[in-house]
Ligand binder design. Structure first.
Ligand code: CP
Ligand code: NVA
Length: 308
C-alpha cells in the first residue's frame, strides 16, 4: 500500500492510524524495536525541516534506519528516468518517502516501486502532515464529528489534503481563498462526496470573516509555497485580506485553536501575536508529526511483512 493521497486511506484506516498515534505517543518505549533492521529511503526534491527530521527520528526510535538523498545526488538530472530510479531504490529500502515538485513524479515512481511509497509533500497533497494534524485535533477534542475547521488562504497541497482528510472523518470544513487560488476542483468534488457519506459539510467561500465564524480550529499555510516563488508579487497582493490576525479573529470564537503546518512567514499569513498566543497549537502539530509518522511507518511496513 502507498500513501500518495490521504484518500488512499479508507475511513477506518485513517482512524486506526490516528488511534495508534495516540498509543505510540503515550508508550513510545513499547515500539522501540518494532522496525528492527528496516530501512526508509527519503528522496527529496525540495527542502524540509519537520518532515525529514521527524521521519528520520521516527525510524531511529522504532529501531530502523533511514537514508536521505537529495535529488541532485541522483542521476535524475542527467537522464536516468524516475521509473528506473524507483526500480533501483525499491530493491535497497523497505519503504520510500518522496518530496517532489510535480505530483506526477510520485505517481510514476510508485508504479515502478516494489515497496510502499509515502508522499512527503507534492504539488497536489501533503497527506502525512494532515494525518498528523487530524491526530492533533483528536487529541484536543476526542472526536471528529461536529468539529468545525476553517482553512484561510491558498488552496494548495496542504489545503487539498485537509479537505479530503476532514471530509473522510466527518469534520466540517470551510475554505476561504481569493478568486483564482481555490483548492483543486477534483479534490473539492471528492471531498463533497466523502462529506455526504458522513453528513458533514464542505464549504468553499471567498470571505475569510465568514469562514472563521463558529470554527473550533482555524488553519493557515504560506501564501507562496515552494515552487511558487515566481508568483510572489501577485500572491502577496491577492492574499493580503487573508491574514490570520487579531482583527480577523474578532469574528471567531475566543477559544478557537490556531493551526499552521509551518514553516510560518510571520507578518504575512499570520501575525506574531496570533502564532505565539495561547490559542496556537502549532508546536503541538510539529511534535505530533514524529508520533504520527511512526504510526504510518508501522502500518506500511508491518503490512508489507504480513504480505511478503
Ligand atoms: N510542515 C512541513 O512539512 O514542514 P517541512 O517543509 O519543514 O518538512
Ligand atoms: N504549502 C507549503 C507547505 C510547506 C510544508 C509548500 O508546499 O511549500
Amino acid at each position: 500500500m502507498n500513501i500518495i493521497s490521504i484518500a488512499d486511506l479508507k475511513r477506518h484506516e485513517l482512524e486506526s492510524i490516528i488511534f495508534n498515534t495516540k498509543e505510540i505517543k503515550e508508550k513510545p518505549l513499547r515500539y522501540r524495536n518494532s522496525l528492527d533492521g528496516r530501512i526508509l529511503i527519503m528522496l527529496f526534491e525540495k527542502p524540509s525541516l519537520r518532515t525529514r527530521i521527524s521521519l528520520e527520528s521516527a525510524m531511529l526510535q522504532l529501531g530502523g534506519n533511514s537514508i536521505y538523498i537529495d535529488r541532485r545526488d541522483t542521476h535524475l538530472g542527467r537522464g536516468e528516468t524516475i521509473e528506473d530510479t524507483a526500480r533501483i531504490l525499491s530493491r535497497y529500502g523497505d519503504c520510500i518517502a518522496l518530496r517532489v515538485n510535480e505530483h506526477e513524479t510520485i505517481l510514476e515512481f510508485s508504479e515502478n516501486s516494489r515497496v510502499p511509497v509515502i508522499n512527503a509533500l507534492s504539488s497536489m497533497e501533503h497527506p502525512c502532515q494532515i494525518i498528523s494534524d487530524l491526530f492533533t485535533i483528536y487529541e484536543i477534542e476526542g472526536k471528529f464529528k461536529g468539529i468545525n475547521l476553517a482553512y484561510i488562504g491558498d488552496g494548495n497541497n496542504v489545503c487539498n489534503s485537509l479537505l479530503l482528510g476532514c471530509a473522510i472523518l466527518g469534520v466540517n470544513i470551510r475554505v476561504a481563498s481569493p478568486p483564482g487560488y481555490e483548492p483543486d476542483k477534483e479534490i473539492i468534488v471528492r471531498a463533497i462526496k466523502f462529506s455526504r457519506e458522513n453528513n458533514s459539510l464542505v464549504e468553499i467561500l471567498e470571505n475569510p470573516r465568514e469562514a472563521v465564524k463558529g470554527a473550533n480550529f482555524i488553519y493557515t499555510d504560506v501564501w507562496v509555497s515552494m515552487g511558487d516563488e515566481d508568483e510572489e508579487k501577485e500572491r502577496l497582493e491577492a492574499f493580503k485580506e487573508y491574514q490570520i490576525n487579531r482583527e480577523l479573529l474578532k469574528n471567531a470564537d475566543s477559544d478557537c485553536k490556531i493551526m499552521h503546518c509551518l514553516p510560518a512567514h510571520r507578518g504575512l499569513e499570520i501575525t506574531d501575536d496570533v502564532i505565539d498566543s495561547e490559542n496556537s497549537i502549532v508546536w503541538e502539530q510539529a511534535e505530533n508529526k514524529l508520533h504520527a509518522h511512526k504510526a504510518i511507518l508501522l502500518k506500511l511496513l508491518n503490512e508489507r511483512t504480513m504480505h511478503s
